[in-house]
Design a protein around this ligand. Structure first.
Ligand code: ADP
Ligand code: MG
Length: 764
């Protein structure tokens, strides 16, 4: 069934050519025990390696069942070795880091049977060679004879038709040698056994055919095959391949024998992962905290619609403007126009139509609404028994209410009534102080408490102000109005509205929103409605509406600005029905989005002049903080990535070391029929394990480090458990670690797969 036809093989070392086989013609029977005798260096091992498909012949042909192997590809040889050949070596060639049983199983993994069946086959083979009680030992715990028995079991387990044994007893004493020979003879009685030996006694005792070798030639054959003998034993060659699982198992066991190194490698390459994981958890955590903060406070920061507004978009465009190249333009003797900040200032003309839109917004979206009006309150109070006019700018604003006038959540959430009682009475005023009972000193001065460092509640509660209505405040002389100068009379007029401070409202402690609110006097929105209604009906306002000149100065309105000037004077007289500014407090983030959509819709199809531009204060703060966090995160991750790259190079070097250490194993695996691909797989499995374990280790260490980090942050900022490792981030990081180590290890894995099996076996 095997036939060698004029096989020649020579080795070149430098200029020297060693002819190991010089034209061998040989036929083997399906079932015989052949001993090959010859001095050392005569080409016996070379012959065996060629027969076994481990080495390639230069010229000639090897016929398997009459079939030429001239056109055999690597994979055909691999399958042939695994299916048809069982190798037994002088030095046993067992893999030292896996158990006896696993050594045998390894040989079967390439043949593709189920795991259970392979284990059963392997145990049976080990029982046959008498090692039933030693299957869980490591090879180095066995004697030489026992190790050779393992090798025999391994050679037999796939039931090959051919056993090739290269000086199987060369390292054993004569008693053990005999036992091993008996065993081989016994287990291979129905196979072709080709055994190399330099012990003629053993050859004569056990073999039924002795072939003598010298200088790469046959000098004697005791029982040559006569041409007429025909083989009727056909054998098929199945494909072989190693599963990823076996590759991982093999590498895992190998790594277990090098625990220290593996742990240090994994740790070193996990540092990058730890860094990135910590950065991600911190930035992630801070983002969550910022989000929470926004939800709690900023979401309630009002949308501001005021007379003067800034167009944030053109402001952004301006700061991003790269079109004006500094170097190029400064050389030219020219002046260019510039779009400056002034261009981004937009005058909002809040109209009745716009107010209808605001009124139409669903009540459920709004946490509160407050209007600022230009209405001129003719406000007077007594300071040290003297009647004084009160400058109302910046000291009075309306209580933020719901649209129906009831208390808004913006009030109840962020402020508390610390003194007095909240009423819906339009004559009642409230003093708004900050969380430490303070009030702006300029406001105190306007209220008549100049240079007072502190005030008792009872001094300020009950303080009265008088609003003098237009009909009393202005008197008509001829067709012109003048301010009534008899203030004492006016102050005591029964038509006046008397306002009284009835309570003190304080911002809640640690409340962001309360902190950014300005202090001062708050009035019920119904007060303004009342005053405007009265003013609108005053004779001065009625006359002003009719005439085309300023009724207070008698100056004519210029024709091109007529409307604007007329409206200004009407609003000065307190007859403005639309507010000059609106503060809209959304209930939450989603409500804000919906409100903004409504406001944007108003602007659609309007020309720029008529657009109403609002300022989304929450968004301004958010985008600022978000951008900074993102930028910091990216920079830090870039730094940590360097350590990831370094670690993947390191893994490459370590894998290469492993390739060097496992060279013998590569040879054994190839002898057992492993393909090049399978060898690459074994080393890729090794880097895969390192990549996974360093990724996992990195995540675990990062997770542990987060504990003290959070304690430190808590001490510094009072924020609870900021750093949080996101599960998806963890999984992605482990995957990155695996990917990078795989890349790092891929070159050494390729090198391993290309190693020559014969040379690998010879290495120590
Ligand atoms: P044997 O097994 O009979 O002792 P070998 O088959 O191992 O002999 O070697 C036959 C000859 O080929 C020897 O001279 C040996 O030095 C040479 N040889 C074997 N393998 C190589 C090799 N890889 N490179 C160079 N020379 C080799
Ligand atoms: Mg030899």
């Amino acid at each position: 069934m095997l036939e060698l036809k004029n096989i020649k093989k020579s080795y070149k070392t430098g200029d020297f050519v060693q002819h190991a086989l010089q034209g061998i013609n040989l036929k083997f029977r399906t079932n015989e025990f052949v001993a090959i005798l010859g001095p050392s260096g005569s080409g016996k091992t070379t012959l065996l390696n060629i027969i076994g498909g481990l080495d390639r012949y230069d010229t000639g042909d090897l016929l398997i069942n009459g079939r030429s192997t001239k056109k055999f590809k690597n994979k055909n040889w691999d399958s042939y070795r695994n299916n048809c050949i069982g190798f037994i070596f002088q030095s046993y060639n067992l893999i030292s880091h896996i158990s006896v049983l696993d050594n045998v199983i390894l040989s079967t993994t390439l043949s593709g049977y189920s795991k259970k069946k392979r284990k059963k086959m392997s145990i049976e083979a080990l029982e046959k060679v008498g090692l039933k009680n030693h299957i869980h030992k490591k090879p180095n715990q066995l004697s030489g004879g026992q190790m050779q028995r393992v090798a025999i079991a391994r050679a037999l387990v796939n039931s090959p038709n051919i056993i090739l044994a290269d000086e199987p007893t060369g390292a054993l004493d004569s008693k053990t040698s005999k036992q091993i020979m008996d065993l081989i003879k016994e287990v291979a009685k129905d196979k072709l056994v080709i055994m190399v030996t330099h012990n003629p006694d053993l050859a004569k005792e056990y073999a039924n055919r002795v072939i003598e070798f010298k200088d790469g030639e046959i000098i004697n054959d005791s029982n040559p095959v006569i041409n007429e003998e025909i083989s009727n034993n056909k054998f098929s060659i199945k494909k072989t391949s190693m599963s990823y699982k076996s590759a991982i198992n093999l590498s895992f066991n190998n790594l277990r024998t090098k625990k220290g190194r593996t742990i240090i490698t994994s740790f070193a390459s996990s540092i990058g992962i730890i860094g990135i994981a910590l950065i991600l958890s911190l930035s992630n955590g801070f983002k969550i905290k910022i989000d929470e903060f926004e939800r709690n406070t900023l979401s309630q920061a009002p949308i501001l619609i005021s007379k003067q507004s800034m167009d944030m978009n053109s402001l952004k465009d301006m700061s991003n403007d790269k079109s004006h190249n500094l170097k190029e333009y400064t050389k030219k003797e020219k002046i260019y126009s510039l779009k400056s900040v002034q261009n981004t200032i937009h005058i909002n003309n809040i109209t009745k139509e716009y107010m209808d839109v605001i009124d139409g917004i669903d009540n459920n979206l709004i946490g509160g609404i407050s209007y600022s009006r230009a209405t001129n309150l003719n406000l007077y109070t007594k300071i040290n028994d003297q009647i004084r006019s009160v400058d109302t700018t910046y000291i009075m604003s309306s209580l933020p209410t719901n649209k129906d006038g009831s208390d808004s959540t913006i009030m109840t959430d962020n402020f508390e009534m610390i003194y007095g009682e909240r009423t819906s009475n339009k004559e009642d005023l409230y003093l708004l102080v900050d969380s430490r009972n303070r009030i702006d000193e300029s406001i105190l001065e306007k209220l008549g408490y100049k240079d007072q460092k502190e005030l008792d509640f009872k001094d300020i509660i009950g303080k009265e102000f008088k609003v003098i209505l237009n009909d009393d405040f202005y008197k008509k002389i001829g067709n012109r109005y003048v301010i009534n100068t008899n203030i004492d009379d006016l102050y005591n007029d029964s038509n006046n509205i008397t306002l009284t401070i009835k309570g003190i409202i304080r911002g809640k402690k640690d409340n962001m929103f309360a902190k950014i609110s300005s202090t001062g006097i708050l009035y019920n929105p119904s007060l303004m409605e009342y005053v405007i209604e009265k003013n609108n009906n005053s004779s001065i306002v009625r006359d002003q509406k009719e005439f085309d000149y300023n009724i207070l100065t008698m100056e004519k309105f210029s024709s091109e600005k007529f409307d604007e000037e007329k409206n200004n004077i009407l609003s000065y007289l307190g007859a403005d029905t639309v507010p000059i500014a609106i503060q809209l407090y959304p209930k939450d983030f989603n409500s804000k989005d919906k409100i903004l959509k409504i406001l944007d819709k108003y602007n659609k199809n309007k020309n720029n002049r008529d657009k109403i531009i609002y300022i989304d204060q929450a968004e301004m703060i958010t985008s600022l903080s978000g951008n900074i966090m993102d930028a910091i995160t990216i920079v830090l991750i870039a730094f940590s990535s360097i350590s990831l790259i370094v670690s993947s190079i390191m893994v490459g070097i370590i894998t290469y070391t492993s390739v060097l250490e496992r060279t013998k194993e590569i040879g054994i695996l190839r002898a057992l029929g492993a393909r090049k691909k399978d060898i690459a797989r074994v080393f890729n499995a090794e880097t895969l394990i390192i990549g996974f374990s360093s990724g996992l280790l990195g995540i675990i260490i990062a997770r542990i480090l987060i504990i003290p980090i959070n304690i430190i942050i808590k001490n510094l900022t009072n924020l609870e458990s900021v750093a949080k490792l996101n599960l998806i981030h963890a999984i992605v990081l482990i995957s990155i670690s695996i990917l990078l180590t795989l890349i790092g290890g891929s070159i050494p894995a390729r090198i391993a797969s290309k190693k020559d099996p014969v040379e690998s076996l010879r290495s120590e």
